[in-house]
Write a protein that binds this ligand. Structure first.
Ligand code: COA
Length: 254
């Protein structure tokens, strides 16, 4: 799977989104490769940290919209849900390096990371409403908690992008850097973590997250039900067709 590059060195598994010509939009095969990478890192005692990164020009344009039209995920064992489950339950530190657009799951996956580093060109967006969809990845729970309700509502209802400084202000990212430096900085932080005792890293993360685990998984499952249904409904079909045909969607009938 060359659209996802997986590499392990110095206790760090680095998963690189590598489909830049399609803005690193993520198809089913990529979700499977990402889920495999995270699950293998969980099982391998030699791996202490996972880093997810894109390119200095783009992190991810979110789910592949052609896939949404042709092969919408149906069950909880679909590749996308497997990936979300894997990151939401990953016990070791998870880091992301984000530059350029981070759309949909490109933003919501960050809610499950422990550290996030962003390029000053980063543009985050969760345009689910504009696609006739609803939030996923427990973002309907985690975004209001992290951002405050009104800022989360602005992001989720209007679906407009917000930028690196705003993401820093709400605590979605830890640090903003020049885009060419983001991946290297995140890698250095990952390697720093990988020198620390794994038992302490895992126990510290468990203690910080334990109150959240059950509600996050419950909300993710509920969102998944709605999202799966809405993918097949007229609003989403119109939004996806419009994107593929490079025209504005017409929601006047839905
Ligand atoms: N699914 C499938 N293909 C995608 C895609 C996606 N989510 N995002 C981009 N692409 C493709 C485009 O169709 C285009 O393909 P082409 O060269 O064959 O025409 C190529 O990637 C480049 O995209 P383009 O839109 O021309 O790049 P841009 O720099 O003008 O804009 C984005 C970048 C990310 C802002 C824009 O591509 C975008 O909004 N994508 C859709 C995001 C989205 O709604 N994702 C779903 C979230 S649930």
């Amino acid at each position: 799977m060359t659209d996802i590059l997986a590499h392990t060195d110095a206790g760090v598994t680095t998963l690189t989104l590598n489909r830049v010509d399609k803005k690193n939009s993520i198809h089913r095969g990529m979700y499977s490769a990402l889920a495999d990478g995270v699950e293998q890192a969980a099982a391998n005692p030699a791996v202490r940290v996972v880093l997810i990164q894109g390119h200095e020009s783009v992190f991810s344009a979110g789910n592949d919209i052609g896939d949404f039209l042709d092969q919408p995920p149906t069950t909880q064992d679909s590749p996308v849900f497997r990936f979300l489950q894997a990151i939401a339950t990953f016990e070791k530190p998870l880091i992301a390096a984000v530059a350029g657009p981070a759309v949909g799951i490109g933003t919501t996956l960050l809610l499950h990371c422990d550290l996030v580093y962003a390029g000053d060109n980063a543009a985050f967006s969760v345009p689910f409403v504009n696609l006739g969809l609803c939030p996923e990845a427990a973002s309907s729970l985690l975004m209001p908690q992290m951002f405050g309700y009104h800022r989360a509502a602005e992001a989720l209802l209007l679906g407009e992008p917000f930028f690196a400084e705003a993401a820093l202000e709400v605590g979605l990212v830890n640090r903003v850097l020049p885009p060419t430096e983001v991946n290297a900085y995140a890698q250095a932080q990952a390697r720093k973590l990988a020198t620390k005792p794994l038992t302490s890293l895992v126990e510290t993360k468990r203690l910080m997250k334990k109150g959240q685990q059950a509600p996050v998984l419950a909300v993710m499952a509920e969102e998944g039900q709605s999202f799966g249904r809405m993918l097949r409904e007229p609003a989403a079909r119109e939004a996806f067709s419009a994107f593929m045909q490079k025209r504005k969607p017409d929601f006047s009938q839905v």
